[in-house]
Design a protein around this ligand. Structure first.
Ligand code: SF4
Ligand code: SF4
Length: 457
């Protein structure tokens, strides 16, 4: 390889950690089936060892493109290196317009819903769709999603949900609902079902002004725009926490992003160490991600490698920590109330056989399977979980649409599709709308969010 750029240095750091002489290589055997990144990294590593052929920058770029950020690999720092490498690559070589358009889910959703009356009929004309796919670099076999007549956000505004809750009753619970772009702009029925269930249970709902959580942007290396939107979300959601709202997300990716990715190295920051009052020459280091248990370590040794120098380090670490501690998955929120006997809930069609796929970003939140637990507790239910702890649908948000990634996406999802095919008599439910698009593409049948099947008694 020629001169090392920031991008190549970052990728080579991953090689060093996971495949170098002192690398641990655990993922060589464990990530064979569920991830395309690790097998390719080991293949490239072995090739260099065997032939001495230097790695080309293009090989490294293609390698990084194989990561969907599913979160299934054991080490967060490898995923953060992937993100940093994507950002460095985008700095060095501007991504194509198609990738920038496709990854800006918020803008695409705002335009798509505003002009749905024109776009949807055009979407039914084959030559127009073919051209649109070409421009956006979408694989010919993928269907372009149809936009609803109005976004959830427009509906929520008409309903008065975008204004803070007025005259909150003393005992009433109130939530600030972070909807996410997929429910906001593509599947508003899911977000309306969430509002319906909450309101039927006398939980007051506020839909604060919100930007994309930024996961699709960082997947294309657009770190600058992502940071602006994250900062806006932190301000708005932080104010909601101050005003006594519980923050809930119905999208597992938004929840994973706020709880896990964004908080990253924030606990190692000086601001947190001051707040934790660790004492002179000591540091408080978390032992788990959200259990708020800490261990004290001597600062002298640890501060050289425990630093807030990660992908999001320019953003206030205390804001990141506080948000991560106050966000709940909506299923998690509802289950807690259900267990406390505070939730009136029933299945719209009791007895309908269901198969539930737990999305990667839901599993990574370590909250069990709240919707399955809730549904199983209802009379006359028939629900089975499908897919193991390491199964991924392969969609990776918008990545599965991309021409180059389409086949990879189906290859990653293959083992999970086999399991789902064996449950063919069941209605498939999953809380990730990206998984939903993938499963609808593969099985040509409707897939639901669990919220759409539930109502108050
Ligand atoms: S991701 Fe972690 S566990 Fe896997 S090979 Fe790399 S260092 Fe080892
Ligand atoms: S985040 Fe997922 S796709 Fe990326 S390296 Fe880890 S397991 Fe592989």
């Amino acid at each position: 390889m020629g001169m090392k750029t920031d991008f190549t240095s970052l990728v080579l750091e991953m090689f060093k950690k996971c495949a170098g002489r002192s690398g641990c290589e655990v993922c060589r055997e464990h990530m064979e089936e569920d991830c395309l990144f690790f097998p390719e990294m080991y293949r490239l590593h072995d090739l260099v060892q065997e032939t001495g052929t230097p790695l080309a920058e293009m090989d490294l770029a293609s390698l990084v493109d194989l990561c969907t950020l599913c979160g299934l690999c054991p080490c967060q720092d490898i995923r953060m290196l992937v993100l940093k490498a994507k950002a460095a690559r985008a700095e060095e070589k501007k991504p194509p317009l198609s990738a920038r358009l496709l990854s800006d889910a918020q803008q695409a959703g705002q335009w798509g819903t505003a002009f749905s009356a024109v776009l949807n009929p055009l979407n039914r004309l084959k030559p127009v769709t073919a051209m649109a796919k070409k421009i956006l670099d979408i694989h010919p076999e993928r269907s372009l999603p149809a936009f609803p007549e109005e976004s959830f956000f427009v509906w929520a505004k008409k309903k008065g949900l975008t204004a803070p809750v007025k005259n909150p009753s003393r005992d009433a619970s109130k939530v600030a609902y972070f909807v996410g772009c997929s429910a906001g702009y593509l599947f508003p029925g899911v977000a309306k079902a969430a509002v319906g269930l909450l309101e039927q249970n006398k939980i007051q709902v506020f839909v604060p002004s919100q930007h994309c959580c930024s996961m699709p942007l960082i997947m294309e290396g657009n770190q600058q725009e992502a940071k602006k939107r994250i900062q806006n979300n932190l301000e708005t959601l932080g104010a909601c926490v101050q005003d006594g709202y519980d923050i809930v997300c119905s999208c597992p990716t938004c929840g994973y992003f706020f709880k896990k990715l964004l908080v990253e190295t924030a606990y190692y920051s000086e601001a947190f160490q001051l707040r934790a009052d660790a004492g002179n020459n000591r540091m408080q280091v978390p032992t788990g991600s959200r259990d708020q248990k800490f261990t004290t370590v001597p600062m002298g040794i640890y501060k050289t490698f425990l630093k807030d120098d990660g992908y999001f380090s320019g953003i206030d670490p205390l804001q990141r920590i506080d948000l991560s501690l106050n966000v709940q998955d909506l299923g998690e929120y509802l289950l807690a109330r259900h267990k406390a006997g505070e939730l009136s809930i029933s299945l719209k069609e009791p007895g309908r056989p269901l198969a539930y796929f737990a999305p990667c970003h839901q599993r990574e939140q370590n909250i069990g399977h709240p919707y399955v637990e809730m549904i199983q507790s209802l009379p006359g239910t028939d629900i089975i979980p499908v897919g193991g702890e390491m199964h991924c649908c392969g969609m990776g948000g918008h990545l599965g649409f991309k021409t180059d990634f389409h086949d990879h996406s189906l290859a990653i999802g293959g083992p999970m599709f086999d399991r789902l095919a064996a449950a063919s008599g069941r209605t498939v439910i999953t809380d990730c709308l990206s998984c939903r698009m993938q499963l609808q593409h593969v099985f040509s049948r409707q897939v639901f969010h669990p919220l759409e099947l539930l109502s108050a008694v």
